[in-house]
Design a protein around this ligand. Structure first.
Ligand code: MN
Length: 427
C-alpha cells in the first residue's frame, strides 16, 4: 500500500495539545492502546504528549463520522476489532485524529467542553494489554545475538548453525502469558542442573534473564495455504511495541533438547502498552545489513524494510535508581519483519488479526549493545556493576527491568514509552 499519503507523518505538524520537549508522543506518533479509569471500562486511547485521547468519547461526540468504525470498536478490551477493519481504515483513522489535534484545524480545539471530555491525563489512567493475542511467534534474527550464544555454548569457530544465514529461525511461543508493562511476575521455578555431573533438581530459576526485543502485531492475513510476500508483508503489520521475552537460562539449558524453548520461556513475556503504528515509523526506514550468502528468492526485498529504532535496557533495584546496561538498535537485525512474515507464511501457514511476532533478542556489535544478561555478563564471567555497588550476572528478586525505545530524525522524535516489569521472589 502506498505510504506517501500518510498525512499524519508531516514533520511540520504542531498540536494544540501541549507536548513536552523530548516526549515520545508528538502529534507525528499517535500510537494506539487500551486504557481504563476508575469509573470507565476498557476503551481505545491514542497518546499525545502526557494526554490520552478517548476514542469512544470522541466517537460519541460525532468526531469520527465518515470512518468505517462503530462504538464497539472503541469501547473494547482490545484493539482487535479496530485492527479488524484493515490497514486503510486504521490509516484513515490516524490521519483524521492527526487533523483533529493539529494546530491549524479548529473543530475540536475551539470546543473546550468537548476537549474536557475526550482528553485525560496519562497519569490518571491504567494501561491494559492492548491486543488479544491469538498466536505468538518468536524469531532469532540478530546475527550478533546468535553468534554470541553460539560462541558461548558451542564453538566460536562455528558459532552460527548452518541454517542460520538461510532461514529466519523462529519458534511458536505462548500467547496466554504475554503481559503488559507494569504487571509484576514471580521468579519461575523448574528443573535445573546446577551441577552438570549430578541429577537435576527442582528449584527457583537462578539465571533469570531478559531479552531485548520488539514485537509486531498483524492484521488479518490470507487464507490457509496462501503466502505473504516480502513486498506485501508491511500491509499486514499494524504496528510495533517493545517486548521483553523473559528467559530462564538454567531451565532452558536442560530442557531445550531436542524441541527447543518450553518452560524457560512461557512463564511470561512483557509488552509495552502503546502500539506505534508501522505508518508512524515510515520516516525512520533504513536498510538491513547486507545478507551473504544471497537469500532465496522468496526472502529477497525490493526496498529498505528495517527501521532505525534506538533501544535501551535499564535495571532498577528496589529502592534504588536506574542503571543503563544496554544501548542497541533495531536496525542491527539481520532478518527484517517482512522477511520474517514471508518465511512464516511461505508454507501456507495463516496469520490472524492480533498475532504477535517477537523480533528475537536485538544485540548490536559492541559489548554494551548486547540484548540479554547472558551476553552482557558473558555467561556470568563479567558481572555488571550497579550504581549501588552490587553486581549482576542475571536478574535478582525485586529488580525492575525497563526497556525504552525511540526514533529520531529531522527534529521529530517518535517513541514507544517503556516496558517495565518487576521480578518478585518465587512463589
Ligand atoms: Mn526471544
Amino acid at each position: 500500500m502506498e505510504t506517501s499519503n500518510i498525512l499524519a507523518n508531516n514533520p511540520n505538524l504542531k498540536s494544540w495539545v501541549e507536548v513536552p520537549a523530548n516526549s515520545d508522543f508528538p502529534i507525528q506518533n499517535l500510537p494506539f492502546g487500551i486504557f481504563k479509569t476508575r469509573s470507565q471500562s476498557e476503551r481505545v486511547g491514542v497518546r499525545i504528549g502526557n494526554q490520552v485521547l478517548d476514542l469512544k468519547a470522541l466517537y460519541v461526540l460525532g468526531y469520527l463520522e465518515n470512518l468505517p468504525f462503530e462504538a464497539s470498536d472503541f469501547e473494547n478490551k482490545f484493539l482487535n476489532d479496530l485492527m479488524g477493519k484493515g490497514k486503510k481504515a486504521t490509516r484513515d483513522l490516524r490521519n483524521h485524529i492527526s487533523k483533529l489535534l493539529s494546530h491549524d484545524f479548529e473543530d475540536l480545539k475551539v470546543n473546550q467542553h468537548h476537549v474536557d471530555q475526550v482528553l485525560i491525563a496519562a497519569d490518571k489512567i491504567d494501561m491494559c494489554l492492548p491486543v488479544q493475542i491469538g498466536d505468538y511467534t518468536d524469531f532469532y534474527s540478530s546475527k550478533e545475538h546468535a553468534t554470541n550464544v553460539g560462541t558461548m555454548f558451542r564453538d566460536p569457530a562455528n558459532a552460527l548453525l548452518p541454517n542460520w544465514l538461510w532461514i529466519p529461525v523462529g519458534y511458536h511461543g505462548r500467547a496466554s502469558s504475554v503481559i503488559v508493562s507494569g504487571q509484576a511476575i514471580h521468579r519461575p521455578k523448574g528443573q535445573i542442573k546446577p551441577d552438570p555431573t549430578q541429577d537435576p533438581i527442582f528449584a527457583p530459576c537462578r539465571n533469570l534473564d531478559f531479552e531485548l526485543e520488539t514485537g509486531f502485531i498483524t492484521y488479518e492475513g490470507k487464507p490457509l495455504g496462501d503466502s505473504i510476500s516480502t513486498a506485501e508483508a508491511e500491509d499486514f503489520i499494524f504496528g510495533m511495541c517493545l517486548f521483553n521475552d523473559w528467559s530462564a537460562r538454567d531451565i532452558q539449558t536442560w530442557e531445550y533438547v531436542p524441541l527447543g524453548p518450553f518452560l524457560a520461556k512461557n512463564f511470561a513475556s512483557s509488552m509495552s502498552p502503546w502500539i506505534v503504528t508501522l505508518d508512524a515509523l515510515q520516516p525512520f526506514k533504513v536498510a538491513s545489513p547486507t545478507q551473504v550468502p544471497e537469500v532465496l528468492d522468496y526472502l529477497k526485498c525490493d526496498a529498505d524494510k528495517s527501521y532505525d529504532i534506538n533501544l535501551e535496557v535499564l535495571i532498577e533495584p528496589k529502592g534504588g535508581s536506574e542503571n543503563l546496561i544496554c544501548e542497541s538498535n533495531f536496525k542491527y537485525m539481520y532478518w527484517n519483519m517482512s522477511q520474517q512474515l514471508a518465511h512464516h507464511t511461505v508454507n501456507g501457514c495463516n496469520i490472524r488479526c492480533g498475532d504477535l511476532m517477537g523480533s528475537g533478542t536485538i544485540s548490536g556489535p559492541t559489548p554494551n549493545s548486547y540484548g540479554s544478561m547472558l551476553e552482557l555478563a558473558w555467561k556470568g564471567t563479567k558481572p555488571l556493576k550497579m550504581n549501588d555497588g552490587t553486581e549482576r550476572k542475571f536478574i535478582h528478586d525485586n529488580d525492575t527491568v525497563i526497556m525504552r525505545g525511540y526514533c529520531e530524525k529531522d527534529g521529530v522524535r517518535i517513541g514507544f514509552g517503556e516496558v517495565s516489569t518487576e521480578i518478585l521472589p518465587a512463589k
